[in-house]
Design a protein around this ligand. Structure first.
Ligand code: GDP
Ligand code: MG
Length: 177
């Protein structure tokens, strides 16, 4: 859409999904505020954070949504997904069950979206190499099979966090422009 100055403005909704405690809220707080919380509670959560990015000289705003812990009850609502054009689908590399859940999250995302969604598979907590339960190769091949981008991240030490969000936002921009 056009703004008053005649330029274009972009506002994209991005959702973060995945099992409880994989690090969704900390990925967002690391990206949006450069903050990490070792004892974050599932109930504490803002609805969304808006981040501004410059792509090809255009101001691109990403409204990034975090669950308020509803995923514990398998009850993330359709309102959460409504209008999303990007998604980070997160598991914890130290807990295999969270990786096994990915296909269910992808199904749910597909069910609730009526448009092309730029999707990134995120293996978070890559700082926990000593207790790794899912190999990089497994993450890569699932992403390839499902047609997703893939990245391992650490919200704790900041590895690839900015990159993961920015690749998704850039892909959304490419999809619409
Ligand atoms: P959410 O339920 O998916 O939103 O997960 P949280 O962001 O609340 O994180 C759950 C727990 O994992 C918290 O104790 C965090 O401190 C911890 N955590 C989150 N990200 C990382 C990470 O990258 N590395 C490590 N070691 N711990 C993390
Ligand atoms: Mg959370």
């Amino acid at each position: 859409s056009d703004d008053e100055s005649g330029g274009e403005e972009y506002l994209f909704k991005v959702v973060i999904i995945g099992d409880s405690a994989v690090g969704k809220s900390n990925l967002l707080s690391r990206y949006a505020r450069n903050e990490f919380n070792m004892h974050s509670k599932a109930t504490i959560g803002v609805e969304f954070q808006t981040q501004v990015m410059d792509i090809d000289g255009k101001e691109v705003k990403a409204q990034i949504w975090d669950t308020a812990g509803q995923e514990r009850f398998r009850a993330v609502t359709s309102a959460y997904y409504r209008g999303a054009v990007g998604a980070l689908v997160v598991y914890d590399i130290s807990r295999r069950t969270t990786f096994d859940s990915i296909s269910r999250w992808l199904d749910e995302l597909k069910t609730h979206s009526d448009t092309t969604v730029a999707r990134m598979l995120v293996g978070n907590k890559c700082d926990l190499e000593n207790i790794r339960a899912v190999s990089v190769e497994e993450g890569k091949s699932l992403a390839e099979a499902e047609g997703l981008f893939f990245m391992e991240t650490s919200a704790l030490d900041s590895t690839n966090v900015k990159k993961a969000f920015e690749i998704v936002i850039r892909e959304i921009y490419n999809n619409v422009s």
